[in-house]
Design a protein around this ligand. Structure first.
Ligand SMILES: Nc1ncnc2c1ncn2[C@@H]1O[C@H](COP(=O)(O)OP(=O)(O)OP(=O)(O)O)[C@@H](O)[C@H]1O
Ligand SMILES: [Mg+2]
Length: 501
């Protein structure tokens, strides 16, 4: 589309927003045309989510103005933003698991019949209409808890669309998806813009951004850097990354392989349920073992059982030559097995504690508990903050005030800080910007070079292929194949990951 031929729906002029110690957004001017897909990119902490919160009325700007359809507002509140037709899909958007798809879509605006009761026939019918118009398969009566993560994400999108928005804002909508489902979301986004809806789309997946955006705005340190026209879908990503980071960075990482030693961990006949297929594999010192598979195939469940976070029905673990049976994460950590969980909000961090407290939470014994050594501890934490480029005014900042990506980096710092032999990473770079991803890869490479071992689950195949010495593909809760060396290709992984009916 030629965006400039259509009307401007949202314009912001010199929007600014500060928090104690941080200027999150400075004099940010932006334009959104009707029917365009406008992507926002920038490093973790660049101010993307802050900008969105100003548009949805969750935050008020310190200065500047928001012009919606020609009408100027010094600030919006959530009610006005909704009434204007601004809808946002956050990653954490909560659905009610025990309710059906249709009920979730219409919750809060239930249609009632003449007896004042919820008119189920109407909501099921209405939901079906929207689902059909989008060309996806979803049963309106299905319970949300029975759906895959991808389908749940679709419900969130439909829920927003049911309110007839003029502007749909998506903050990292595809990070939970594998490539195939992400493609479906992208198609859906393209389809809705043909109906005249404008989309603001935030993503750290720059390849995806280049495929979908009509225009791309780059933010750095809360400031506008550039706005690129991408109607021909041929933007130069090297230019974008350079503008994001301030210097050239590659989106590809090449790992230097290290020497692989003896077996450190052996998983024998691990069973997660009575009827599940037993799982067997070995992990060696100095090795990065990748685990691939579709979201929901059982990758997380396998590693959680090893880490003692979930019960197992049967099987043994042999660790450093001895049979072990960690019954909970604390026991696993004591043995020297650590895990970085998939969802940082619930299990990875204590949000009300600061960065030092969070990072040292699992590594308390490193310098002993003596107060005098606290300075040394702060120094060690600071080293990781610098290496991972965690954007924060101080180490004493409570992590709930950090941006999404910076919270994820704090989880990583917490584990890298502890001297541990086997590290399990579940989607370690989810929500992390391109520059910091490279830093994380370097730290992982360094760890295995020093003889540590890593198990890494990732839906990002490029990352998995670049980092893994060996890949286990999980399908239907079982290992469907083991791929090594030159055989680790996207094609081979996908072929083994997809269900055959
Ligand atoms: N409520 C808050 N209190 C204090 N500081 C905040 C608050 N919200 C955001 N910040 C700070 O504002 C800056 C911008 O954060 P923002 O969440 O907008 O970044 P982002 O671009 O969305 O990053 P990410 O890619 O990691 O999601 C960060 O330095 C962050 O720590
Ligand atoms: Mg954000």
């Amino acid at each position: 589309m030629n965006v400039k031929d259509s009307e401007i729906i949202i314009q912001t002029k010199k929007l600014s927003k500060s928090f104690p110690g941080v200027k999150a957004l400075s004099d940010f001017s932006f334009e959104l045309y009707q029917g365009e897909i406008h992507c926002l990119v920038g490093e973790n902490g660049a101010g993307k989510s802050t900008f969105i919160k100003l548009l949805t009325g969750a935050l008020h700007p310190d200065s500047g103005e928001i012009i919606f359809n020609g009408k100027s507002f010094p600030a919006l509140d959530p009610h006005t933003a909704q009434a204007l037709g601004i809808q946002v899909i956050y990653q954490e958007n909560i659905l009610v698991n025990q309710m059906s798809v249709a009920e979730n879509i219409f919750v809060g605006c239930e249609k009632t019949n003449r007896f004042g009761l919820i008119d189920y026939k109407a909501i099921f019918g209405e939901a079906q209409k929207i689902i059909d118009s989008l060309g996806i398969h979803l049963a309106p009566k299905a319970l949300v808890e029975s759906l895959s993560t991808a389908d749940q994400q679709f419900v969130k999108i439909i829920k927003a669309l049911a309110l007839n928005p003029k502007v749909l804002i998506m903050d990292e909508p595809t990070t939970m998806f594998n490539a195939k489902d992400a493609e479906k979301v992208l198609k859906l986004v393209r389809d809705i813009t043909t109906q005249g809806i404008s989309v603001i789309y935030i993503s750290h997946n720059l390849k995806e951004v280049s495929q979908i955006a009509d225009r791309i705005t780059v933010l750095r340190d809360g400031q506008f850097v550039n706005c690129h026209n991408n109607e021909d879908k041929n933007v130069d990503l090297n230019v974008i990354t350079k503008e994001m980071v301030g210097r050239p960075v590659s989106i590809f990482y090449e790992r230097e392989k290290s020497e692989i030693g003896d077996v450190i961990l052996e998983v024998e006949n691990l069973k997660l349920t009575r009827s599940s297929t037993p799982i067997n594999f070995q992990l060696r010192r100095g090795e990065i073992l990748g685990i691939a598979g579709m979201v929901g195939a059982g990758r997380t469940e396998i590693v959680r059982a090893i880490f003692g976070a979930d019960k197992k029905v049967g099987g043994t673990l042999v660790y450093k030559g001895k049979r072990v049976n960690p019954r909970n994460p604390a026991e696993a950590i004591k043995l020297g097995i650590g895990m970085i969980t998939e969802d940082r909000q619930k299990t990875g961090l204590v949000l009300s504690m600061n960065i030092i407290e969070n990072t040292t939470l699992v590594g308390l014994n490193k310098f002993g508990r003596i107060i005098l050594k606290l300075k040394k501890e702060a120094q060690a934490v600071w080293n990781f903050v610098e290496k991972l480029n965690i954007k924060t005014p101080s180490l004493r900042k409570e992590v709930q005030f950090l941006s999404g990506g910076n919270q994820q980096k704090t989880v990583l710092a917490k584990w890298l800080y502890k001297d541990i032999d086997v590290l399990i990473f579940d989607e370690p770079t989810r929500g992390i910007d391109v520059n910091s991803k490279t830093e994380i890869y370097k730290l992982m490479s360094q760890l295995v070079k020093n003889g540590k071992s890593i198990i890494m689950i990732s839906s990002d195949l490029i990352e998995l292929i670049a980092m893994s010495d060996r890949v286990l593909v999980v399908r239907n809760g079982a290992i469907s194949s083991e791929i090594q060396g030159e055989q680790i290709t996207e094609k081979n992984i996908i072929a083994n990951a997809i269900e055959v009916n």
